[in-house]
Design a protein around this ligand. Structure first.
Ligand SMILES: Cc1cc2nc3c(=O)[nH]c(=O)nc-3n(C[C@H](O)[C@H](O)[C@H](O)COP(=O)(O)OP(=O)(O)OC[C@H]3O[C@@H](n4cnc5c(N)ncnc54)[C@H](O)[C@@H]3O)c2cc1C
Length: 486
């Protein structure tokens, strides 16, 4: 049995942010994650937008924490070396009713503390986003896009560098509380602590119930996306339709990524199965139609990939909209801190949520600042972002910098090798994709997979058949027949 001061269930952005925030203090922190990397759930499957905070009800936790998160996000990404681009965001009106909705959003945003929101006439709208449909628009100048994978990885690696321990493949199967200690049973053994932070996303109601706090319910709501390769005719600014009531999301939007692709989505569809991350032909066709309505230039373009993310909604089907985040120290179960219904803008709000968690932990156990806490995190260099001089110097030092493994994203053998030796010890193809962006471009691994397997074999001395997509059960290569020839 491993003993900690605080156990965190779930290594999504929220669990990782909580681990990093708590690592400022002299605490033994353990993070239990059922999958084989961070951001394997909703945190790796979303629009990756730092929202400004005008969508949420004034006075709600969602509004407060979104605005607080948005204000601090740039500084946080600089500390953690996470790509962030301040693109601004445009909302498009197709009718007078939509324009009225946009006026209402500006008023709401101003009450929430958002700065610089304003209406755009049709000319201003098309100057900002050439080729866009619609009759008017709204500008949110502070909205940004960022890399959600590297965000979670950086939070976790920084927490680990400051002493937090991460356990992957450690699904919490049961919880019991005896003599003021929670004990979590996992396939990797038992873990115990007096404080348990439930950051299990879609499973948060189940974990709360296991710990003795019933009464929560999460309604999974799937959002599908298409990914288009970026181009000069695609927007460099996120473009959203004016929101419609009761859809449970923000509507199908076009969102540039920090890699230069454009996401189209998400849909909103309530499901029974929180793990059903499949894409469907019918929804993809609808997404393509809605995207063309926003940007006619997309007509006839083919996406390079699709994916989906699942919202952890507290609002049941039919109700639509958003219910507020629950961030609560459970009086009935002392030591249990529940984070329930952390849907959008949960990424934007993740650092403020983590600070609230630390505040709640401080009421349960004494917190002493760790004078050795180091907030700075750095990733290995990204070859495609370097100037020619730096590239030449690195190649002269180590020829692995000069061998391109992924042509679509210009990723070198050195970067793949560094990513395989990442500080969290995570070794799946998805972990490499998150960390280097290899295999995420137009060829979707057709060119680079065999080369990645070769680096894997040489760096780690492992066989290709041991390389998995996301952990055991998702092996990418069949083992050769090694039985003796007859
Ligand atoms: C379609 C979509 C678009 C979105 N767009 C945005 C956006 O643009 N901006 C924004 O700010 N937010 C956005 N969000 C919301 C944001 O993605 C979430 O709020 C955020 O990722 C929630 O993080 P989390 O850590 O709470 O949950 P998750 O990332 O789901 O993490 C929970 C973790 O718990 C683990 N877990 C579950 N059960 C167990 C168990 N029994 N034992 C151990 N581990 C367990 C899971 O494997 C998972 O890794 C979007 C969400 C969706 C679905």
């Amino acid at each position: 049995m491993e003993r900690f001061d605080v156990l965190i269930v779930g290594a999504g952005a929220v669990g990782c942010a909580a681990a990093r925030e708590l690592s400022r203090y002299r605490l033994r922190i353990g993070v239990l994650e059922k999958e084989y990397d961070v951001a394997a759930g909703t945190s790796g499957r979303n629009s990756a937008v730092v929202h400004a905070g005008f969508n949420n009800a004034p006075g709600s936790l969602m509004a407060q924490l979104c605005v607080e998160g948005s204000r601090g996000f740039g500084a946080l990404c600089r500390e953690l070396d996470v790509p962030l681009v301040r693109t601004g965001k445009v909302l498009v009106s197709f009718s007078d009713g939509d324009t009225e909705t946009l006026r209402g959003l500006i008023a709401r945003g101003e009450r929430n503390g958002c700065e610089g929101l304003r209406l755009l006439d049709a000319d201003e709208l098309r100057a900002l986003v050439p080729g866009i449909g619609g009759i008017a628009g709204m500008l949110s100048p502070r909205t940004s896009v960022f890399d959600p994978f590297l965000y979670a990885v950086a939070l976790a690696e920084n927490a680990a560098a400051n002493g937090a321990a991460f356990f992957f493949g450690a699904e919490v199967l049961s919880l019991r509380r005896e003599n003021g200690l929670f004990t979590a049973e996992t396939p990797r053994g038992d873990f115990s602590a007096p404080v348990l932070v439930n950051a299990a996303g879609l499973a948060s109601a189940r974990i709360a119930a296991m710990a003795g706090a019933g009464g929560y319910r999460i309604y999974p709501c799937r959002g599908e996306y298409l990914i288009f390769e970026g181009g000069a005719d695609l927007p460099a600014v996120p473009v959203y339709p004016a929101p419609r009531k009761g859809i449970g999301g923000l509507g199908v939007h076009l969102t540039p990524t920090t890699e230069g692709d454009v996401l189209v989505g998400p849909s909103a569809e309530y499901l029974d199965d929180p793990e059903d991350t499949g894409s469907t032909a019918a929804v993809q066709a609808r997404l393509a139609d809605e995207a063309v309505r926003l940007l006619p230039a997309l007509a006839g373009r083919r996406p390079i990939a699709s994916f989906c993310g699942i919202r952890a909604k507290q609002a049941p089907p039919g109700e639509g909209g958003f219910r507020d985040f629950v961030i609560r120290s459970e009086e009935a179960v002392p030591g249990l801190i529940d984070l329930i219904g952390i849907e959008s803008p949960g990424l934007t709000a993740s650092a403020p949520i983590a600070r609230r968690v630390a505040g709640l932990v401080g009421r349960l156990i004494p917190l002493t600042e760790d004078p050795y806490f180091d907030p700075i995190h750095r990733f290995p260099p990204r070859f495609r972002e370097l100037d020619d001089e730096t590239r030449a110097r690195l190649i002269a030092e180590d020829p692995a910098w000069g061998e391109i493994v992924c042509r679509c994203r210009l990723v070198t053998r050195r970067e793949i090798a560094d990513a395989l030796n990442n500080p969290l010890g995570v070794r799946t193809l998805t972990a490499l994709k998150y960390r280097t962006r290899a295999a995420t471009g137009r060829c979707q691994s057709g060119y680079c997979l065999a080369r990645i397997a070769d680096v894997w074999r040489q760096e780690l001395g492992l066989q290709p058949e041991e390389l998995t997509l996301r952990g055991p059960g998702s092996e990418l290569f069949a083992a050769p027949d090694r039985s003796p020839a007859l």
